[in-house]
Design a binder for this molecule. Structure first.
Ligand SMILES: Cc1ncc(COP(=O)(O)O)c(C=O)c1O
Length: 404
């Protein structure tokens, strides 16, 4: 509607599009809900910063940090490709520096972070004033969960040994209602922490793109929030009226939508594992958020897996297997979609091979570590409502086809 209105004005027509705005009360309710879902106290003086999509939100934060003397950004080598690439683009600013930690395969989530923080702290003279530890919880694409107590302890130890402020920035896009800031606050009450969430998925039900920053109760995090808001306004990337309207009309119920999507995901992971076992005899591991973390609100509707190679398969067949499986599923375009996104409330199961889609910008050697036995990782994401018998039948027939 915002674009339509601009075109109407440009053509000299009456600007009838984009006339409706959310009320101040609806916006206040939305902001309070974002703070509650992120696990921090409702505080209108630190309202979340809402931008037109997830990535401009991150850009506003990085540029705000650059204006505050700079930052060392530590993020996962296999983080969402857009976040990785955007961060790399911002590194042309000499006040920003990025390093990575690795969590693919058998690597330990906490151990890798601890080692990377240790490496930074070993050279304190080279550090910028703020260190940002940017972590997707659960992780993309393999849905790993860190031990939060150990993570909080590592952040505190780093501040002590380096003498620098650390901001723990959590990307909660996969599980927006996990209240993760509250858990972190219980473990490390003084630690500066912030949530970044892409709301282009489950928060808006897919009705609009958007992204938000939510600060925890600490003064450092709130100061950075205010600086990010100023940068977002200056760059003109704050959410438009039509986006705010859609966010205000769709955010209610996201917790319950995520729970239903999680249940669908668990059900269909069982179907997939059963079908693979029938055809190959293998108990294929599936990486997903387990019931203990789901009960805490980390209800991600995504799982990923490396299909076992068919007996006697050539390297070419193995290399093509994950995409072939996705292609077979998505032949049923009414129930499956080849897409990197997730969380939308449209009855479609989103299927992708992250190495060639969401992780387009990730280094080849990092992506290669996700392959097993020559077969790349595949990822499926489930909506709150599915046609379960048909989805099950399609997963079973796709397995039958690749192992025929
Ligand atoms: C985990 C994660 N973070 C950030 C983003 C970026 O959000 P947006 O697409 O709203 O710019 C995405 C998008 O897919 C994502 O999956």
């Amino acid at each position: 509607p915002a674009a339509e209105q601009a075109l109407q004005s440009f053509c000299g027509l009456a600007a009838t599009a984009d006339a409706e705005a959310p009320s101040a009360g609806e916006v206040a309710e939305f902001n309070a809900h974002l703070q509650t879902m992120s696990g921090t106290v409702v505080n209108p003086s630190a309202d979340p910063v809402t931008c037109s999509a997830g990535l401009p939100t991150i850009a506003a934060l990085w540029l705000a940090l650059e204006g505050m003397g700079g930052a060392d950004i530590l993020m996962c080598s296999t983080a969402y490709g857009g976040s990785s690439e955007l961060t790399d683009l911002c590194l042309t600013r000499e006040n920003l520096r990025k390093s990575t930690f690795h969590i693919q395969g058998g690597a330990s989530f906490n151990g890798s972070i601890e080692a990377a923080l240790g490496a930074l702290a070993a050279d304190p003279a080279s550090l910028r004033p703020t260190t940002v530890l940017f972590v997707e919880i659960p992780s993309n694409p393999d849905q790993k969960m860190p031990d939060l107590a150990q993570l909080a302890a590592s952040c505190e130890a780093y501040q002590e040994s380096s003498g620098k402020q650390l901001l723990l920035l959590v990307d909660t896009t996969f599980a927006p209602a996990s209240e993760v800031l509250g858990r972190i606050g219980d473990l490390a009450p003084e630690l500066g922490a912030m949530v970044f969430v892409s709301m282009s998925k489950s928060v808006s039900r897919g009705e609009t793109t958007a992204g938000a920053l939510v600060a925890n109760h600490t003064p450092g995090s709130q100061a950075l929030l205010h600086a990010s808001r100023e940068v977002a306004e200056m760059l003109d990337v704050t959410a438009r009226q039509d986006q705010m309207l859609r966010l205000c009309r769709n955010h209610v119920g996201v917790e319950e939508r995520c729970e239903r999507a999680y249940e669908n995901m668990v059900l269909m992971a069982g179907v997939l594992r059963g079908a693979v076992k029938t055809h190959t005899g293998h108990d294929m591991p599936v990486t997903m958020v387990g019931p203990e973390h789901a009960a805490q609100g980390f209800t991600s509707s995504t799982f990923s897996f490396n299909l076992p190679a068919p007996a006697g398969a050539t390297p070419e067949v193995k290399a093509a297997l994950a995409q072939r499986f996705v292609d077979l599923l998505t032949e049923d375009a009414e129930r499956f979609k080849p897409c990197v996104s997730f969380g939308q409330d449209n009855g479609l199961v989103y299927c992708t091979v992250p190495a060639t889609s969401t992780q387009g910008a990730i280094k080849e050697e990092d992506k290669a570590q996700q392959a097993q036995g020559g077969v790349q990782l595949a990822r499926l994401s489930f909506p709150p409502a599915i046609d379960a018998p048909r989805v099950q039948a399609r997963i079973e027939s796709a397995c039958a086809a690749i192992y025929a």
